[in-house]
Design a binder for this molecule. Structure first.
Ligand code: ADP
Ligand code: F6P
Length: 323
């Protein structure tokens, strides 16, 4: 017998491929547990605006393979205030919503924490392409985003080699370098610039380009993380210093869209079902994570206090694989 009769689900912050698989799993697992589900459109903003729809098993048909989020998403300043949060709780009560699943990143978890504090049982799911949630080794959307970026970078590499150019490719990840590191290794980049480690020593990059040209390399790929940015001006300076034609490519939002990979569909499905199960069992203020090879859950407070950093060995390895 479920501890809640009706739950809501929303997606918040940046969208990520696999969010639909998670929504589908939450809806169908909750229904299997005898619980009614309401979808909240456009994140916390939609909650405050009462953009609430009834969901059934058919509402999520034909969605597992789609990128984006069928519920829409938003960033909502009002929900960061005490008044906004109280209003959100009143809306939940008005619609009989006793529990909520929030799919998003750390910011969205803080909103989830607020709902929980005010008596709405809330569970977070890690939805972000950035992989920058400390409590989990996996976030919904990262796998699709790195595969999309990797394929795009392979294409840039082809033309870069043909023209014997240097290419700077800027990938997403706000202030986190995980997309840059993974693509840097997977695409065989000569330099990987991460916000967590970059020392702004451009001369070292220039020296590396010249050294690699002498080694007989026809291209030079630099993966630059969005948190460092300024790829176009960096390209101009590198070209002037090396005499080697240098082009910048900013991959941008293409990394956030597209059909999710098998991994994103699978993990999002299991995590969505897990969230529905613990919510129906009466849990609150928890986030679902994948840690040490297992699906687990943590207290939100504890999860938000955890720290995550770029694994040093992996970063060091990346440097010597492109010689
Ligand atoms: P992400 O969830 O990907 O980290 P944001 O940081 O943009 O993305 O947060 C998404 C939304 O979560 C915000 O627009 C806001 O509505 C809500 N949020 C963020 N921080 C808080 C907070 N401290 N308290 C309540 N809600 C918050
Ligand atoms: O957090 C996901 C992300 O795509 C980051 O990589 C990026 O910095 C940010 O969202 C962009 O946000 P917005 O959609 O508001 O431009």
């Amino acid at each position: 017998m479920a501890k809640v009769k009706t739950i809501g689900i929303l997606t918040s912050g940046g969208d990520a491929p696999g969010m639909n698989a998670a929504i589908r799993a939450v809806v169908r697992k909750a229904i299997s547990n005898g619980v009614t589900v309401k979808g909240i459109k456009k994140g916390y903003q939609g909650l405050l605006n009462e953009e609430i729809i009834d969901m059934n098993a058919r509402s999520v048909s034909d969605t597992i393979q789609r990128g984006g989020t069928i519920l829409g998403t938003a960033r909502c300043m009002e929900f960061m205030t005490e008044e906004g949060q109280k209003k959100g709780v009143e809306v939940c009560r008005k619609y009989g919503i006793e529990g909520m699943v929030v799919i998003g990143g750390d910011g969205s978890y803080r909103g989830a924490q607020a709902l929980s504090r005010h008596g709405i049982n809330t569970i977070g799911l890690p939805g972000t392409i950035d992989l920058d949630i400390a409590c989990t080794d996996y976030t919904i959307g990262f796998d699709t985003a790195v595969n999309t970026a990797m394929e795009a970078i392979d294409k840039v590499r082809d033309t870069s080699s043909s023209h014997e150019r240097c290419s700077i490719i800027e990938v997403m990840g706000r202030n986190a370098g995980y997309i840059a590191l993974w693509c840097g290794v997977a695409n065989g980049a000569e330099d990987i610039l991460l916000p967590e480690t970059y020392d702004y020593n451009e001369q070292a990059i220039i020296n590396n380009i010249i050294k690699n040209r002498k080694r007989g390399k026809t291209h030079h790929l630099i993966i630059n993380a969005e948190g460092i940015g300024h790829s176009t001006s960096m390209a101009r300076r590198i070209e002037a210093a090396t005499g080697i034609e240098t082009r910048a490519t900013i991959l941008g939002y293409m990394q956030r869209g597209g059909s999710p990979t098998c991994k994103d569909r699978y993990y999002a499905s299991i995590m969505g079902a897990y969230a529905a199960d613990i919510l129906c069992a009466g849990s609150t203020n928890r986030v679902v994570a994948y840690k040490g090879g297992k699906f687990v859950d943590f207290d939100i407070e504890e999860a938000l206090e955890m720290q995550k950093s770029i694994p040093d060995y992996e970063y060091q390895v990346s440097k010597c694989l492109a010689i």
